[in-house]
Design a protein. Structure first.
Length: 163
């Protein structure tokens, strides 16, 4: 079996745009997230997202970006360098980069993905970049959630706050 070293999947935004930007010849699926504590819901979403294109690019919120989202005073739990390596280690993921902003809108505008993918806890009209993707003839796909799988719930269980 041909296995890829996760380090070969890590890109700066500039290198990612060079490789997977609008001049590409492959169908590009794109998703983003914090991936602070990776769980089965993430794995299912990323696997399903990978089936929607020839290549799957994942943009991971930086530590500073996560703080902008106000995920809580103890977040991130896992440092950004570790989070990108864990996501890159997944077979379904082809490329990973960090983004510093609150949303990946600028990266989506630069990459012009063919498919924008998020979990169904989002609404299409609330997704940064949905209009950009659809304006090019691309599509937005919301992946059904895995019941009982969320980082918030998992962190709550670890802290003994939730059953």
């Amino acid at each position: 079996m041909n296995r890829r070293d996760p380090a070969t999947k890590l890109f700066t935004q500039a290198d990612l745009i060079d490789r997977h930007g609008p001049t590409r010849t492959h169908v590009l699926a794109f998703t983003n997230g914090c991936f602070d504590v990776l769980h089965a819901g993430h794995i299912v979403c990323l696997f399903e997202a990978s089936k929607l294109g020839d290549q799957l690019v994942v943009a991971v919120n930086s530590n500073a970006s996560m703080r902008m989202l106000d995920k809580g005073p103890d977040r991130p739990i896992v440092d950004e360098a570790d989070r990108v390596h864990v996501v890159a280690a997944l077979e379904s993921v082809d490329a990973v980069c960090l983004f510093e902003e609150e949303t990946p809108l600028r990266l989506i505008e630069a990459l012009q993905p063919d498919v924008l993918v998020k979990g169904a806890d989002y609404r299409r009209e609330d997704l940064p970049g949905a209009d950009v993707v659809e304006a090019r003839g691309g599509r937005v796909v919301l992946i059904p959630l895995v019941e009982g799988q969320s980082t918030r719930d998992l962190v709550g269980r670890i802290k003994g706050e939730r059953p």
